[in-house]
Write a protein that binds this ligand. Structure first.
Ligand code: GTP
Ligand code: MG
Length: 332
């Protein structure tokens, strides 16, 4: 049996070690691994798609890890299997990485119906979008019903994670006032649900006020799903208050989107966009392997830097090389 078929079987059987190995394979930068990963995903494809995929983000220290621990435990208590994946575009080990996070996720760490995957270190082929998409597919094939994708730090990765998840949860802390903790408008637009964490003790009243501020602010951003207001909830991840409500709210949203056909449309749009992306990058990688193209590319880069040629003219000339047309023939 080919090695990928063996791995596929083990993943399907729910073997967590095999799942970890499979994810390592899709993250690998090696060309032969890339082909194996493709075979593996292809083989498992019919058994993917079954999970609810939730992206989660929030500023450093807001309580993401503590929230995931509390929320995840509820998910497991309801008899569901949970996978937690982390996406860290900076790829720096240290703060935020799930690996150094076992203490913050103490109740999850010991359970066997959960799979926790820290973000890979170093860049991997195809960027975080493909990597995360494939990791999600593998978790689904392994039978996980709910997949949390945590983005570490508020950066650019949210947009990418939103392209591979069904719902996006923004976790914020009490306070912040007018600037709402520097949460960018773009991130608010991605959010399906905003949760104000640390709604306990001295911060409880401030948390309610912050929730009100977010409700107002959300009226000013484009609603992600027409006709559905983005809910704003409060919770305490350390005390456990409000966590069930987050799960209920997410489930309701999913059901609503499912019933209206919006979820199927979202996933279809995501698949088409991913295909376009992959064609673009694969085409470019294939072209770069050609010496003439690569040399021309370098020359044109220099011309753009020296401002002897505009960016669009340079791009067109390079594309002419790719399609084997002389740039001088003016046919473009
Ligand atoms: N009072 C209170 N403290 C909380 C709550 N949730 C988290 N904390 C505390 O906030 C601090 C940061 O929590 P983390 O879960 O590590 O936050 P994080 O967002 O994962 O942080 P990074 O991974 O560093 O971005 C810890 O000291 C937690 O104990 C909460 O609901 N209430
Ligand atoms: Mg954390």
């Amino acid at each position: 049996m080919p090695v990928t078929s063996e791995l596929a079987e083990a993943v399907s059987a729910g073997d967590r070690r095999a799942l970890a190995r499979a994810i390592t394979l899709v993250e690998s930068t090696r060309g032969d691994h890339h082909r194996q990963a493709e075979d593996l995903i292809d083989e498992l494809l019919p058994t993917t798609g079954g999970a609810l995929r939730i992206g989660i983000t929030g500023p450093p220290g807001v309580g993401k890890s503590t929230f995931i621990d509390a929320f995840g435990s509820r998910v497991l208590d309801r008899g569901q299997r949970l996978a937690v994946l982390a996406v860290d575009p900076s790829s720096t080990a240290g703060r935020g990485s799930i690996l150094g996070d076992k203490t913050r996720m103490a109740s999850l760490a010991g359970r066997d119906d959960v799979f926790i995957r820290p973000s890979p270190s170093g860049g991997a082929l195809g960027g975080i979008g493909r990597r995360t998409r494939d990791a999600i597919a593998l978790c689904e094939a392994a039978g996980y019903d709910l997949i949390l994708v945590e983005t570490v730090g508020v950066g650019q990765s949210e947009t990418t994670v939103a392209t591979v998840t069904d719902l996006f949860l923004l976790l914020v802390a009490p306070g912040g006032g007018d600037d709402l903790q520097g949460i960018k408008r773009g991130i608010m637009e991605l959010a399906d649900l905003v949760v104000v964490n640390k709604a306990d003790g001295d911060l409880a009243a401030l948390a309610e006020q912050t929730a009100g501020d977010y409700r107002l602010a959300l009226h000013l951003v484009r609603s992600k799903h027409p006709g559905i207001d983005t809910p704003v909830l409060t919770c305490s991840s350390t005390g456990g208050r409000g966590i069930d409500e987050v799960l209920v709210s997410l489930t309701e949203l999913r059901d609503q989107l499912d019933a209206s056909g919006a979820l199927a449309r979202l996933r279809a749009d995501q698949a088409v966009a991913q295909l376009t992306d992959e064609i673009g990058s694969a085409l470019f990688a294939r072209a770069e392997a050609d010496e003439r193209f690569a040399a021309c590319h370098r020359d044109l880069e220099q011309a753009v830097v020296d401002r002897t040629l505009s960016v669009s003219a340079a791009a067109r000339q390079l594309i002419d090389v790719l399609f084997d047309r002389s740039p001088a023939d003016g046919s473009a």
